[in-house]
Design a protein around this ligand. Structure first.
Ligand SMILES: Cc1ncc(CN)c(N)n1
Length: 246
């Protein structure tokens, strides 16, 4: 778990010479970053204690999130500076809209969630806040801002996915495959690439832009916690909830 930090990247380098820009982002997002990666919902995916009802609730919300994530990737493909980055991002977009989409459809069927439910599901307040942040950052913000949001979402899932992959797989295929999708070598390679891309670009940004990028990563981490919390407990947070505040 990174220690909490609230200084600039230059300050961070003074305390951790040679430190990575992405390590600074994670440290600035504490405690939310670690809370997201270790949320009880993620542990229950791997240890076979996940209630079906909570997982169905999660998948319905997450399908709307992943739909907006696909649009986010479209914006990032357009903004990426050259072919190597466009190729990485579009490769992941292809995976999301094929293999991962297929995973959702098979899981909905197994859990008895009808197409009209997941195709027309209204987003709850957390997913709405997520979508606004993702789509605004990648559509109206800079490449670095959109990339910071993508990094947080995928790095968090790689972190818990790899941890849970160290245990025997649960019986339900929808839990076992969700772990595999987030622990497989191709996914790890993609997250390693996003980190390297952010580590390359981040240090070249002016300080106010670095701070904006760190703020987005922190807000995304907060929303990852709120998302797990809402699907785990079934409680819908109101506007007064700290996790929804920017
Ligand atoms: C909320 C959320 N965050 C991240 C991921 C990983 N793509 C996801 N499926 N859902």
């Amino acid at each position: 778990m990174p220690s909490e930090f609230d200084g600039s990247f230059t300050d961070f380098l003074e305390s951790a010479p040679g430190g990575r820009f992405t390590d600074w982002l994670a440290a600035c997002a504490e405690p939310y970053w670690s809370d997201a990666c270790s949320h009880p919902f993620t542990v229950a995916i791997g240890d076979g204690t996940m209630p079906e009802e909570a997982y169905a609730r999660y998948l319905i919300e997450d399908y709307t999130f992943v739909t907006d994530l696909a649009s986010t990737l479209g914006y990032l493909v357009a903004k990426a500076p050259g072919m190597p980055a466009k190729s990485r991002l579009s490769g992941f977009l292809a995976l999301l809209t094929s293999e991962e989409n297929d995973y959702f459809l098979r899981s909905f069927e197994a859990l008895g969630v009808e197409p009209q439910v997941y195709e027309t599901a209204a987003q709850g307040p957390v997913t709405r806040a997520f979508s606004q942040l993702l789509l605004k950052s990648s559509g109206q913000g800079s490449y670095a801002e959109g990339l910071a949001c993508l990094l947080c979402a995928e790095w968090c899932y790689l972190t818990w996915g790899q941890r849970e992959a160290g245990k025997p797989r649960p019986d339900a295929f929808y839990l076992a495959e969700w772990i595999d999708l987030h622990a497989m070598p191709g996914f790890e390679a993609f997250v390693t690439w996003i980190r390297a891309e952010m580590d390359r670009i981040g240090p070249t940004l002016p300080e106010p832009e670095q701070a904006r990028v760190a703020g987005l990563f922190r807000q995304m981490s907060k929303l990852e916690v709120a998302f797990f919390e809402a699907t785990w407990t079934g409680k819908v947070p109101g506007p007064e909830d700290d996790l929804l505040r920017t």
